[in-house]
Design a protein around this ligand. Structure first.
Ligand code: C5P
Length: 419
């Protein structure tokens, strides 16, 4: 029993966290009432926004009594807007949960419609979005719904798989709302770390951390190379955060235009093979390896001497695969705590979970890349996965994300040692 509990103050897993619950029109809407109760039971503050359809299944009074707040359902409700405008409410939310999410709601979210209050709130919010679909099995399996779900997941939205079983319509199949307890667990996992879980100056005291950062350059000849757009910002931010957390830090850095973080030892390399050698050398005595570098997957099979002149015809390059450095470190025995990074264009969770397993990592931090996202920008969002959990960090500055990530690594490392 904690001191707080002895004093009679129960601490919930979601103490003080701000959850905006969107309820759509489906028979499972009645289970949303139980979800509100459970979220509040864990200490969360809950505000409910209901679609017109939802209120045909469950009355305003129910959600109001359970949440302790007025239920929002009308974009044009002057009184409610005067108390807390819809943009303010969207900003207030630390997470938006839609449960049940109907086929129609999924379609509207997928296409960015904002034709009622709940859809407007979702579009105006930067908080993580957790969708919990529940509907008739044929509607769920319909290619239109499945395409909308795939589209939403590709955008980084978390969409839970519905449970399989007896449905209210008498059919059997996928489409039931998952248990509210499980939804509460996912809410907890998706929320950024709370004040009690954040960074402090002694989190990694006495630990040695190796970080790989930046791109690699794979030479074609003595002048030209194949490279990528990694700026090294995330890797340098991670190294700085680890240093501030009390660790001794080595960065194995590809060519970047950033000043080396003060207090961090930097080993400069160019190619993936050089990076591999330096990393393997440094991790022997390390507690943590964080592979933030964007290592080139291939290198030219041959490196020409000098600078061969341009010829009239085309040029055929033969490329050979580079070693996977992070997978090699993860296969060492003994080995440090290994964190991989992944930049993906779609379905972040599936790709990250696959790499976590395939490369034998302890943790992986994924981010979606595309126009204006991920590379060469200051702000980012990280979705972090490990065997038994996940958390979303950001959106925020790479420096802030790096500190949250380092705090997370320190916690997982401490847990691993306790086992
Ligand atoms: O497979 P993918 O390149 O997406 O994996 C990304 C992760 O693997 C990053 O942590 C990156 O630093 C690491 N990696 C590596 N060696 C490679 C390729 C990627 O360490 N050759």
């Amino acid at each position: 029993m904690t001191a707080d509990e002895e004093c009679g103050e129960r601490r919930g897993r979601l103490d003080g966290r701000r959850v905006l619950l969107v309820v759509a029109g489906g028979i499972a809407a009645y289970k949303a009432a139980e979800l509100v109760r459970k979220l509040r039971g864990e200490g969360a503050e809950v505000r409910v926004a209901a679609t017109a359809g939802a209120l045909r299944f469950v009355g305003v009074a129910t959600f109001q009594a359970l949440s302790g707040h007025r239920v929002r359902h009308d974009l044009w409700d002057e009184e409610a807007e005067a108390a807390m405008g819809h943009i303010e409410l969207a900003r207030w939310a630390e997470i938006v949960v839609a449960a049940p999410a109907s086929a129609h709601l999924l379609a509207r979210f997928a296409h960015g419609l904002a034709d009622d209050l709940p859809t407007t709130l979702v579009l105006a919010s930067e908080a993580p979005l957790l969708l919990v679909p529940a509907m008739n099995r044929v509607m769920w399996l319909h290619p239109a719904t499945q395409a909308n779900v795939a589209h939403l997941r590709a955008r980084g939205v978390t969409v839970l798989e519905p449970d399989v079983g007896e449905q209210a319509c008498g059919e059997h199949g996928p489409g039931r709302l998952p248990e509210p307890a499980l939804i509460v667990e996912r809410v907890q996992a998706l929320l950024a770390p709370g004040p009690g879980e954040r960074f402090s100056a002694d989190l990694l005291a006495g630990r040695r951390v190796v970080v790989s950062a930046g791109p690699t350059r794979e030479p074609l000849d003595e002048v030209r190379y194949i490279g990528n757009r990694s700026s090294g910002r995330m890797g340098y931010a991670v190294a700085t955060a680890a240093l501030r957390a009390g660790a001794e830090v080595v960065v194995v850095s590809g060519p970047v235009g950033l000043p080396p973080p003060e207090g961090v030892r930097v080993r400069r390399v160019e190619t993936a093979l050089e990076m591999r050698e330096a990393v393997l050398d440094e991790v022997r005595a390390a507690d943590v390896f964080m592979a933030v570098a964007a290592v080139a997957d291939y290198r030219p099979a041959r490196r020409a001497a000098g600078k061969p002149a341009k010829t009239a015809g085309g040029l055929r390059l033969e490329l050979v695969p580079n070693p996977d450095i992070v997978a090699e470190v993860a296969a060492l025995d003994p080995r440090p705590f290994v964190v991989g990074f992944a930049a993906e264009a779609d379905d972040l969770e599936a790709h990250c979970r696959n790499k976590l397993e395939r490369k034998g990592l302890d943790m992986i931090a994924g981010n979606l890349v595309g126009p204006g996202r991920g590379f060469d920008v200051e702000d980012n969002t990280l979705h972090v996965f490990w065997a038994g959990g996940e958390v979303r960090l950001g959106p925020g500055a790479k420096t802030a994300l790096a500190r949250d990530l380092v705090a997370l690594v320190a916690r997982r490392l401490a847990e691993r040692r306790r086992r």
